[in-house]
Design a protein around this ligand. Sequence first.
Ligand code: AMP
Ligand code: GLY
Length: 418
Amino acid sequence: MKIMVVGGGGREHALIAGIKQNPDVTEIFALPGNGGIAADATCVPIGATDIDAVVDFAVKEGIDFAVVAPDDPLVLGCVDALEAQGIPCFGPEAKAAIIEGSKIFSKNLMKKYNIPTAGYDVFTDLDEALAFVKTAPLPTVIKADGLALGKGVVIAETHEDAEAAVRSMMADRKFGDSGSRIVVEEFLTGPEVSVLSFTDGHVVVPMISSMDHKRALDGDKGLNTGGMGTIAPNPYYTDAIAAECMETIFKPTIEAMKAEGRTFKGCLYFGLMITEKGPKVIEYNCRFGDPEAQVVLPLLKTDLLTILRAVRNETLSDVNVEWYDDNACCVIMASEGYPASYEKGYEMTLPEDRTGIYVAGAKLENGKLLTNGGRVLGVTRRGATLQEAIGNAYKAVETIHFGNAYYRHDIGAKALKA
Ligand code: AMP
Ligand code: GLY
Protein backbone atom coordinates (compact mmCIF):
# COMPACT_ATOMS: atom_id res chain seq x y z
CA MET A 1 0.00 0.00 0.00
CA LYS A 2 1.13 3.51 -0.82
CA ILE A 3 0.41 5.93 2.00
CA MET A 4 0.43 9.73 1.95
CA VAL A 5 0.66 11.81 5.12
CA VAL A 6 -0.14 15.51 4.73
CA GLY A 7 1.85 17.71 7.13
CA GLY A 8 5.43 18.06 8.28
CA GLY A 9 5.87 18.25 12.05
CA GLY A 10 6.54 15.98 15.01
CA ARG A 11 2.93 14.76 15.02
CA GLU A 12 3.25 13.65 11.40
CA HIS A 13 6.55 11.94 12.16
CA ALA A 14 4.91 10.00 15.01
CA LEU A 15 2.03 9.02 12.71
CA ILE A 16 4.49 7.84 10.05
CA ALA A 17 6.45 5.81 12.63
CA GLY A 18 3.20 4.09 13.60
CA ILE A 19 1.93 3.52 10.05
CA LYS A 20 5.30 2.05 9.03
CA GLN A 21 4.76 -0.91 11.35
CA ASN A 22 2.04 -2.29 9.09
CA PRO A 23 3.59 -4.98 6.83
CA ASP A 24 1.33 -4.06 3.88
CA VAL A 25 2.83 -0.57 3.64
CA THR A 26 5.26 -0.34 0.73
CA GLU A 27 5.90 3.39 0.58
CA ILE A 28 5.05 6.49 2.63
CA PHE A 29 5.05 10.00 1.21
CA ALA A 30 5.10 13.07 3.46
CA LEU A 31 3.81 16.39 2.06
CA PRO A 32 5.95 18.33 2.77
CA GLY A 33 7.56 16.32 5.61
CA ASN A 34 10.94 17.64 6.80
CA GLY A 35 14.63 16.74 6.87
CA GLY A 36 14.15 14.41 9.84
CA ILE A 37 11.03 12.72 8.52
CA ALA A 38 13.05 11.97 5.37
CA ALA A 39 14.64 9.04 7.25
CA ASP A 40 11.22 7.33 7.36
CA ALA A 41 9.28 8.63 4.34
CA THR A 42 9.74 10.17 0.92
CA CYS A 43 9.32 13.91 1.41
CA VAL A 44 7.61 15.81 -1.40
CA PRO A 45 7.89 19.62 -1.45
CA ILE A 46 4.16 20.33 -1.56
CA GLY A 47 2.69 22.52 1.20
CA ALA A 48 -0.06 21.01 3.31
CA THR A 49 -2.51 23.78 2.37
CA ASP A 50 -1.84 23.60 -1.38
CA ILE A 51 -4.91 21.38 -1.76
CA ASP A 52 -4.87 21.21 -5.58
CA ALA A 53 -1.23 20.11 -5.63
CA VAL A 54 -1.82 17.57 -2.83
CA VAL A 55 -4.72 16.01 -4.78
CA ASP A 56 -2.78 16.02 -8.08
CA PHE A 57 0.13 14.27 -6.43
CA ALA A 58 -2.09 11.65 -4.78
CA VAL A 59 -3.86 10.85 -8.05
CA LYS A 60 -0.65 10.66 -10.13
CA GLU A 61 1.14 8.55 -7.53
CA GLY A 62 -1.83 6.18 -7.06
CA ILE A 63 -2.01 6.72 -3.30
CA ASP A 64 -4.04 3.98 -1.58
CA PHE A 65 -4.69 5.79 1.68
CA ALA A 66 -4.11 9.33 2.91
CA VAL A 67 -3.89 10.87 6.36
CA VAL A 68 -4.48 14.62 6.60
CA ALA A 69 -2.97 15.63 9.94
CA PRO A 70 -2.90 19.46 10.41
CA ASP A 71 -5.89 21.71 11.12
CA ASP A 72 -5.57 24.12 8.17
CA PRO A 73 -5.87 21.62 5.29
CA LEU A 74 -8.72 19.87 7.13
CA VAL A 75 -10.63 23.12 7.57
CA LEU A 76 -9.90 23.99 3.93
CA GLY A 77 -11.47 20.73 2.72
CA CYS A 78 -8.43 18.61 1.84
CA VAL A 79 -10.25 15.39 2.77
CA ASP A 80 -13.30 16.37 0.70
CA ALA A 81 -11.07 17.05 -2.32
CA LEU A 82 -9.11 13.78 -2.00
CA GLU A 83 -12.19 11.63 -1.44
CA ALA A 84 -13.84 13.26 -4.48
CA GLN A 85 -10.96 11.83 -6.53
CA GLY A 86 -11.43 8.39 -5.00
CA ILE A 87 -8.55 8.59 -2.50
CA PRO A 88 -9.63 7.13 0.87
CA CYS A 89 -8.67 9.46 3.71
CA PHE A 90 -8.35 9.61 7.47
CA GLY A 91 -9.62 12.96 8.71
CA PRO A 92 -12.87 14.92 8.91
CA GLU A 93 -14.51 16.68 5.99
CA ALA A 94 -14.52 20.49 6.10
CA LYS A 95 -18.08 20.64 7.39
CA ALA A 96 -17.00 18.57 10.43
CA ALA A 97 -13.57 20.20 10.85
CA ILE A 98 -15.45 23.41 11.64
CA ILE A 99 -15.62 22.09 15.22
CA GLU A 100 -12.06 23.45 15.47
CA GLY A 101 -12.26 26.00 12.65
CA SER A 102 -14.90 28.12 14.40
CA LYS A 103 -14.99 28.57 18.17
CA ILE A 104 -18.42 30.19 17.80
CA PHE A 105 -19.66 27.05 16.06
CA SER A 106 -18.29 24.78 18.78
CA LYS A 107 -19.59 26.93 21.65
CA ASN A 108 -23.06 27.07 20.10
CA LEU A 109 -22.96 23.31 19.51
CA MET A 110 -22.15 22.66 23.17
CA LYS A 111 -24.88 25.01 24.33
CA LYS A 112 -27.49 23.44 22.06
CA TYR A 113 -26.65 19.89 23.14
CA ASN A 114 -25.95 20.57 26.85
CA ILE A 115 -22.29 19.63 26.69
CA PRO A 116 -20.47 21.16 29.71
CA THR A 117 -18.24 24.12 28.82
CA ALA A 118 -17.41 27.62 30.06
CA GLY A 119 -20.20 30.22 29.83
CA TYR A 120 -19.67 32.64 26.93
CA ASP A 121 -20.82 35.56 24.79
CA VAL A 122 -20.21 36.06 21.07
CA PHE A 123 -19.30 39.44 19.58
CA THR A 124 -19.17 40.58 15.98
CA ASP A 125 -19.14 44.30 16.79
CA LEU A 126 -16.03 45.98 18.21
CA ASP A 127 -17.84 48.56 20.36
CA GLU A 128 -20.17 46.00 21.91
CA ALA A 129 -17.21 43.75 22.72
CA LEU A 130 -15.28 46.64 24.29
CA ALA A 131 -18.26 47.69 26.39
CA PHE A 132 -18.72 44.11 27.59
CA VAL A 133 -15.12 43.41 28.61
CA LYS A 134 -14.88 46.74 30.48
CA THR A 135 -16.99 45.23 33.26
CA ALA A 136 -16.53 41.47 32.70
CA PRO A 137 -15.44 39.40 35.74
CA LEU A 138 -11.66 38.90 35.85
CA PRO A 139 -9.71 37.08 34.68
CA THR A 140 -11.62 37.01 31.42
CA VAL A 141 -10.90 34.76 28.45
CA ILE A 142 -10.94 36.19 24.92
CA LYS A 143 -10.80 33.91 21.90
CA ALA A 144 -10.60 34.62 18.18
CA ASP A 145 -13.30 32.65 16.34
CA GLY A 146 -11.06 31.11 13.67
CA LEU A 147 -7.72 29.32 13.45
CA ALA A 148 -4.85 31.41 14.82
CA LEU A 149 -1.86 29.04 15.01
CA GLY A 150 -2.75 28.23 18.62
CA LYS A 151 -2.27 31.89 19.60
CA GLY A 152 -5.86 33.11 19.46
CA VAL A 153 -6.59 32.83 23.20
CA VAL A 154 -5.89 35.64 25.67
CA ILE A 155 -6.46 35.32 29.41
CA ALA A 156 -6.77 38.93 30.58
CA GLU A 157 -6.09 39.71 34.24
CA THR A 158 -7.16 43.37 33.96
CA HIS A 159 -9.89 45.21 32.07
CA GLU A 160 -7.16 47.15 30.20
CA ASP A 161 -5.58 43.89 28.99
CA ALA A 162 -9.00 42.60 27.96
CA GLU A 163 -9.72 45.74 25.93
CA ALA A 164 -6.27 45.57 24.32
CA ALA A 165 -6.88 41.93 23.33
CA VAL A 166 -10.27 42.77 21.83
CA ARG A 167 -8.76 45.67 19.87
CA SER A 168 -5.85 43.63 18.55
CA MET A 169 -8.19 40.90 17.31
CA MET A 170 -11.13 42.94 16.02
CA ALA A 171 -9.62 46.31 15.07
CA ASP A 172 -5.95 45.60 14.29
CA ARG A 173 -6.91 42.20 12.86
CA LYS A 174 -3.89 40.47 14.38
CA PHE A 175 -5.24 37.12 13.17
CA GLY A 176 -6.90 38.44 10.01
CA ASP A 177 -10.47 37.26 9.46
CA SER A 178 -10.06 34.71 12.28
CA GLY A 179 -10.48 37.54 14.80
CA SER A 180 -13.29 39.48 13.17
CA ARG A 181 -15.66 37.59 15.47
CA ILE A 182 -14.70 36.70 19.02
CA VAL A 183 -15.86 34.68 22.01
CA VAL A 184 -15.55 36.07 25.53
CA GLU A 185 -15.56 33.24 28.01
CA GLU A 186 -15.87 32.50 31.69
CA PHE A 187 -12.48 31.66 33.28
CA LEU A 188 -12.35 28.08 34.54
CA THR A 189 -9.81 26.50 36.88
CA GLY A 190 -8.63 22.96 37.42
CA PRO A 191 -6.18 20.48 35.93
CA GLU A 192 -6.17 20.23 32.14
CA VAL A 193 -6.39 16.91 30.32
CA SER A 194 -6.05 16.20 26.61
CA VAL A 195 -8.07 13.25 25.34
CA LEU A 196 -7.62 12.35 21.69
CA SER A 197 -10.19 9.94 20.31
CA PHE A 198 -10.77 7.84 17.23
CA THR A 199 -14.28 8.14 15.88
CA ASP A 200 -15.97 6.92 12.72
CA GLY A 201 -19.09 8.95 13.46
CA HIS A 202 -20.81 5.98 15.10
CA VAL A 203 -18.54 4.95 17.96
CA VAL A 204 -15.93 6.96 19.81
CA VAL A 205 -12.80 5.29 21.17
CA PRO A 206 -10.80 7.53 23.50
CA MET A 207 -7.04 7.13 23.39
CA ILE A 208 -4.79 7.22 26.46
CA SER A 209 -5.16 10.63 28.15
CA SER A 210 -2.25 13.06 28.21
CA MET A 211 -1.03 16.35 29.67
CA ASP A 212 0.50 19.10 27.54
CA HIS A 213 2.93 21.75 28.86
CA LYS A 214 2.10 24.86 26.87
CA ARG A 215 4.31 27.51 28.45
CA ALA A 216 7.85 28.05 27.21
CA LEU A 217 9.68 28.09 30.56
CA ASP A 218 10.01 25.83 33.61
CA GLY A 219 7.30 26.19 36.23
CA ASP A 220 4.68 27.06 33.56
CA LYS A 221 6.20 30.51 33.06
CA GLY A 222 6.83 32.42 29.85
CA LEU A 223 4.86 32.62 26.63
CA ASN A 224 2.32 30.14 25.34
CA THR A 225 3.81 27.75 22.78
CA GLY A 226 2.53 24.93 20.60
CA GLY A 227 3.55 22.60 23.44
CA MET A 228 6.92 21.96 25.15
CA GLY A 229 6.28 18.40 26.24
CA THR A 230 3.67 15.82 27.18
CA ILE A 231 3.16 12.88 29.49
CA ALA A 232 0.66 10.02 29.30
CA PRO A 233 -1.50 8.84 30.89
CA ASN A 234 -2.63 11.97 32.73
CA PRO A 235 -2.97 11.07 36.45
CA TYR A 236 -5.80 13.60 36.94
CA TYR A 237 -7.92 11.63 34.50
CA THR A 238 -9.25 8.91 36.78
CA ASP A 239 -11.49 6.03 35.65
CA ALA A 240 -14.47 7.77 37.23
CA ILE A 241 -13.79 11.00 35.33
CA ALA A 242 -13.23 9.05 32.12
CA ALA A 243 -16.62 7.38 32.54
CA GLU A 244 -18.28 10.73 33.19
CA CYS A 245 -16.61 12.30 30.13
CA MET A 246 -17.84 9.44 27.95
CA GLU A 247 -21.46 10.06 28.97
CA THR A 248 -21.52 13.87 29.26
CA ILE A 249 -18.99 14.92 26.59
CA PHE A 250 -17.65 12.32 24.14
CA LYS A 251 -20.82 10.50 23.07
CA PRO A 252 -22.98 13.65 23.10
CA THR A 253 -20.46 15.45 20.86
CA ILE A 254 -20.39 12.64 18.28
CA GLU A 255 -24.20 12.49 18.32
CA ALA A 256 -24.51 16.28 18.09
CA MET A 257 -22.27 16.43 15.03
CA LYS A 258 -24.27 13.64 13.39
CA ALA A 259 -27.57 15.41 14.20
CA GLU A 260 -26.21 18.61 12.62
CA GLY A 261 -25.41 16.74 9.39
CA ARG A 262 -21.69 17.10 10.12
CA THR A 263 -20.69 13.51 10.99
CA PHE A 264 -17.13 13.61 12.33
CA LYS A 265 -14.71 10.93 11.15
CA GLY A 266 -11.08 11.08 12.24
CA CYS A 267 -9.33 12.09 15.43
CA LEU A 268 -11.44 14.32 17.63
CA TYR A 269 -9.36 16.00 20.34
CA PHE A 270 -11.08 16.97 23.56
CA GLY A 271 -9.24 19.67 25.53
CA LEU A 272 -10.77 19.29 28.99
CA MET A 273 -10.58 21.03 32.31
CA ILE A 274 -11.48 19.05 35.43
CA THR A 275 -13.34 21.75 37.38
CA GLU A 276 -14.96 21.48 40.80
CA LYS A 277 -18.25 21.11 38.94
CA GLY A 278 -16.94 18.25 36.84
CA PRO A 279 -15.12 17.97 33.51
CA LYS A 280 -15.76 20.74 30.97
CA VAL A 281 -14.66 21.26 27.38
CA ILE A 282 -12.04 24.00 26.89
CA GLU A 283 -11.62 23.32 23.19
CA TYR A 284 -12.14 20.80 20.43
CA ASN A 285 -9.50 20.10 17.81
CA CYS A 286 -10.30 18.25 14.60
CA ARG A 287 -6.96 16.40 14.58
CA PHE A 288 -4.25 14.76 16.65
CA GLY A 289 -2.63 17.20 19.09
CA ASP A 290 1.05 17.98 18.81
CA PRO A 291 2.96 17.00 20.99
CA GLU A 292 0.12 14.83 22.39
CA ALA A 293 0.36 12.46 19.40
CA GLN A 294 4.06 12.01 20.13
CA VAL A 295 3.35 10.60 23.58
CA VAL A 296 0.06 8.77 22.92
CA LEU A 297 0.82 6.90 19.68
CA PRO A 298 3.94 5.17 21.09
CA LEU A 299 1.64 3.56 23.69
CA LEU A 300 -0.68 2.09 21.05
CA LYS A 301 -0.46 -1.72 20.84
CA THR A 302 -2.99 -2.22 18.01
CA ASP A 303 -1.81 -1.59 14.45
CA LEU A 304 -2.34 2.13 13.73
CA LEU A 305 -3.12 1.86 10.01
CA THR A 306 -5.78 -0.77 10.72
CA ILE A 307 -7.52 1.71 13.04
CA LEU A 308 -7.18 4.65 10.63
CA ARG A 309 -8.72 2.60 7.80
CA ALA A 310 -11.55 1.36 10.05
CA VAL A 311 -12.36 4.97 10.93
CA ARG A 312 -12.54 5.86 7.25
CA ASN A 313 -14.66 2.79 6.46
CA GLU A 314 -16.97 3.31 9.46
CA THR A 315 -16.07 -0.11 10.89
CA LEU A 316 -14.31 1.06 14.04
CA SER A 317 -16.55 -1.08 16.26
CA ASP A 318 -14.90 -4.17 14.68
CA VAL A 319 -11.43 -3.17 15.92
CA ASN A 320 -10.20 -3.90 19.43
CA VAL A 321 -8.01 -0.87 20.20
CA GLU A 322 -5.40 -1.86 22.80
CA TRP A 323 -2.73 0.08 24.67
CA TYR A 324 0.47 -0.72 26.52
CA ASP A 325 0.25 -0.40 30.28
CA ASP A 326 3.33 1.85 30.33
CA ASN A 327 3.71 5.55 30.91
CA ALA A 328 5.35 7.83 28.36
CA CYS A 329 7.05 11.21 28.39
CA CYS A 330 7.87 13.45 25.42
CA VAL A 331 10.32 16.34 25.85
CA ILE A 332 10.35 18.95 23.09
CA MET A 333 13.77 20.27 22.15
CA ALA A 334 13.35 23.74 20.71
CA SER A 335 15.49 26.60 19.45
CA GLU A 336 16.33 29.03 22.26
CA GLY A 337 13.97 32.01 22.01
CA TYR A 338 10.95 30.05 20.71
CA PRO A 339 8.10 31.04 20.41
CA ALA A 340 9.31 34.64 19.86
CA SER A 341 12.48 34.94 17.77
CA TYR A 342 15.17 32.31 17.38
CA GLU A 343 18.07 31.39 15.15
CA LYS A 344 18.10 28.30 12.99
CA GLY A 345 20.45 26.50 10.62
CA TYR A 346 22.53 24.71 13.28
CA GLU A 347 23.80 21.22 12.54
CA MET A 348 22.10 18.47 14.51
CA THR A 349 23.58 15.22 15.86
CA LEU A 350 21.13 12.44 16.53
CA PRO A 351 21.88 8.95 17.86
CA GLU A 352 22.10 6.03 15.39
CA ASP A 353 18.81 4.62 16.67
CA ARG A 354 16.16 7.30 16.19
CA THR A 355 13.27 5.35 17.73
CA GLY A 356 11.00 7.75 19.58
CA ILE A 357 12.65 10.85 18.12
CA TYR A 358 10.07 12.81 16.15
CA VAL A 359 11.50 15.64 14.10
CA ALA A 360 9.52 18.84 13.56
CA GLY A 361 11.82 21.67 12.47
CA ALA A 362 14.78 20.39 10.47
CA LYS A 363 16.03 20.40 6.91
CA LEU A 364 18.59 18.32 5.03
CA GLU A 365 21.32 20.28 3.29
CA ASN A 366 24.23 18.52 1.57
CA GLY A 367 23.54 15.45 3.66
CA LYS A 368 23.58 17.41 6.91
CA LEU A 369 20.56 17.77 9.18
CA LEU A 370 20.09 21.43 10.20
CA THR A 371 17.64 23.02 12.64
CA ASN A 372 14.86 24.80 10.78
CA GLY A 373 12.15 25.82 13.24
CA GLY A 374 11.11 26.75 16.76
CA ARG A 375 10.17 23.29 17.91
CA VAL A 376 12.98 21.16 16.50
CA LEU A 377 12.08 17.67 17.70
CA GLY A 378 10.36 15.62 20.37
CA VAL A 379 11.99 12.79 22.30
CA THR A 380 9.60 10.14 23.65
CA ARG A 381 10.49 7.34 26.02
CA ARG A 382 8.35 4.85 27.87
CA GLY A 383 8.71 3.51 31.39
CA ALA A 384 6.86 1.26 33.81
CA THR A 385 6.16 4.33 35.95
CA LEU A 386 5.81 7.99 35.04
CA GLN A 387 9.02 8.73 36.97
CA GLU A 388 10.88 6.14 34.91
CA ALA A 389 9.46 7.45 31.62
CA ILE A 390 10.53 11.00 32.51
CA GLY A 391 14.02 9.81 33.48
CA ASN A 392 14.37 7.84 30.24
CA ALA A 393 13.23 10.80 28.13
CA TYR A 394 15.72 13.19 29.72
CA LYS A 395 18.51 10.61 29.37
CA ALA A 396 17.72 10.43 25.65
CA VAL A 397 17.70 14.23 25.38
CA GLU A 398 21.34 14.20 26.46
CA THR A 399 22.27 12.15 23.38
CA ILE A 400 20.97 14.84 21.00
CA HIS A 401 22.94 17.98 20.19
CA PHE A 402 22.40 21.13 18.16
CA GLY A 403 23.26 24.83 18.48
CA ASN A 404 20.88 26.94 20.53
CA ALA A 405 19.04 23.90 21.91
CA TYR A 406 16.51 24.66 24.63
CA TYR A 407 14.10 22.44 26.52
CA ARG A 408 12.09 22.50 29.71
CA HIS A 409 13.50 20.52 32.63
CA ASP A 410 10.21 19.90 34.39
CA ILE A 411 8.04 18.00 31.92
CA GLY A 412 5.86 15.68 34.01
CA ALA A 413 6.77 17.29 37.35
CA LYS A 414 3.22 18.51 37.97
CA ALA A 415 1.81 15.09 37.07
CA LEU A 416 4.14 13.40 39.55
CA LYS A 417 2.62 15.55 42.30
CA ALA A 418 -0.97 14.64 41.35
P1 AMP B 1 -6.47 26.89 23.44
O1 AMP B 1 -5.61 27.65 22.47
O2 AMP B 1 -7.93 26.94 23.14
O3 AMP B 1 -5.91 25.53 23.70
O4 AMP B 1 -6.32 27.65 24.83
C1 AMP B 1 -5.04 27.84 25.36
C2 AMP B 1 -5.07 27.65 26.83
O5 AMP B 1 -5.85 28.70 27.42
C3 AMP B 1 -5.76 26.39 27.31
O6 AMP B 1 -4.92 25.28 27.28
C4 AMP B 1 -6.13 26.78 28.73
O7 AMP B 1 -5.01 26.64 29.56
C5 AMP B 1 -6.44 28.22 28.60
N1 AMP B 1 -7.91 28.44 28.53
C6 AMP B 1 -8.69 28.43 27.44
N2 AMP B 1 -9.98 28.66 27.76
C7 AMP B 1 -10.01 28.82 29.10
C8 AMP B 1 -11.04 29.08 30.07
N3 AMP B 1 -12.31 29.25 29.71
N4 AMP B 1 -10.69 29.17 31.37
C9 AMP B 1 -9.41 29.03 31.76
N5 AMP B 1 -8.39 28.78 30.90
C10 AMP B 1 -8.68 28.68 29.60
N1 GLY C 1 -0.82 20.67 21.86
C1 GLY C 1 -2.02 21.33 21.61
C2 GLY C 1 -2.55 21.19 20.26
O1 GLY C 1 -2.10 20.40 19.46
O2 GLY C 1 -3.47 21.90 19.92
